[in-house]
Design a protein around this ligand. Structure first.
Ligand code: PPS
Length: 294
């Protein structure tokens, strides 16, 4: 079995060489937290940039022009990934509220979260669609090796031989600790199904007080169609060093069930077997298809 060249295994979790520094990542657990800190935690390709847009819009009370004006290149400039090199230092001195995203597992995140300091929004997405989205992202992102084939990537994902390691471990560990931290657990599919309800529950969780009109604006500018038109939200201005733009878009399809266009019957059987064995007795269910959406 060939090693994936960009990955660095660190304390049971795969990081990306050059994007993350293991020593730096180790310092994250000791970060001091403020009550107003918010971390959106996701396994990759589960709705991170969607949540960046929602958090920024909630903070700006729906004023989309203010959000775009605050960001030069992309929303990640302001709501950055805490594990990326340089982000931790900036976090320590940043003004409140510090809004951040992360793909880290529970054991690498700030211990102070368990003293109920700060808030976590965990977004989970059905792993078949995560796999497909991640496959395309490996073609777009220059820091990740372009998969040899879908079959090859399918196997790597199931082995956890990707940045983020095992989807199953990530979800199960965070979910098991949901009462140990201030956490809102939400799924990508719930957000697709009823974005209005999702935005309201995020707003309530964060203790925001927005008018009906302001909330409506948050929803309006966080739909797939509208986000795709906003350069800072859709990541089209990210440098060519980082993304191979001609091969695709970060905001690709934004739907439920695209795995059906990619998995063979045999692959689906394999996936189902792994899913059943990993998730047996685990109290989280997923929506796998658009037709499952009421
Ligand atoms: S990353 O690289 O881990 O930060 O990627 P992440 O942002 O977690 O996931 C990217 C996928 O989320 C989709 N997306 C959306 N779907 C629906 N509505 C909105 N507003 C939205 N914004 C982002 C994005 O299109 C990626 O999914 P796929 O399936 O590839 O389209």
């Amino acid at each position: 079995m060939e090693q994936t060249p960009e990955l660095v295994a660190h304390r049971g979790f795969n990081l990306i060489r050059g994007t993350h520094d293991p020593h730096d990542v180790d310092c994250i657990s000791k970060l001091e937290m403020r009550d107003s800190d918010v971390f959106v935690v996701t396994y990759p390709k589960s709705g991170t940039i969607w949540m960046q847009q929602i958090l920024l819009l909630l903070e700006a009370k729906g004023d989309v022009a203010a959000v775009s004006a605050a960001n030069k290149s992309c929303n990640g400039d302001v709501v950055s990934w805490i594990e990326v090199i340089g982000s931790r230092e900036a976090f320590m001195t940043a003004p409140s509220p510090r809004l951040r995203v992360s793909h880290l597992p529970y054991h690498l995140m700030p211990v102070a979260l368990t003293q109920k300091k700060g808030k976590v929004i965990y977004v989970a997405r059905n792993p078949k669609d995560v796999l497909v989205s991640y496959y395309y992202f490996h073609q777009l992102a220059n820091m990740l090796e372009t998969p040899r084939s879908f079959e090859d990537f399918f196997e790597k994902f199931l082995r956890g031989d990707v940045f983020g390691s095992s989807w199953f471990q990530h979800l199960k560990t965070w979910y098991s600790h949901k009462d140990d931290v201030n956490m809102l657990f939400i799924t990508y599919e719930e957000m697709i199904q009823d974005l209005n309800a999702a935005v309201r529950s995020i707003s309530t969780f964060l203790g925001k007080e927005l008018t009906e009109e302001q909330l409506a604006s948050v929803v309006k500018y966080s739909t797939f169609g509208n986000m795709r038109k906003i350069p800072q939200a859709n990541y089209e201005q990210v440098s060519d060093d980082m993304f191979n733009h001609p091969v695709g878009k970060f905001m690709r399809k934004g739907t439920i069930g695209d795995w059906k266009n990619h998995f063979t019957v045999a692959q689906n059987d394999i996936f189902e077997r792994v899913f059943q064995s990993e998730m047996k007795d685990f109290p989280v269910s997923f929506t796998w298809d658009k037709t499952d959406v009421a």
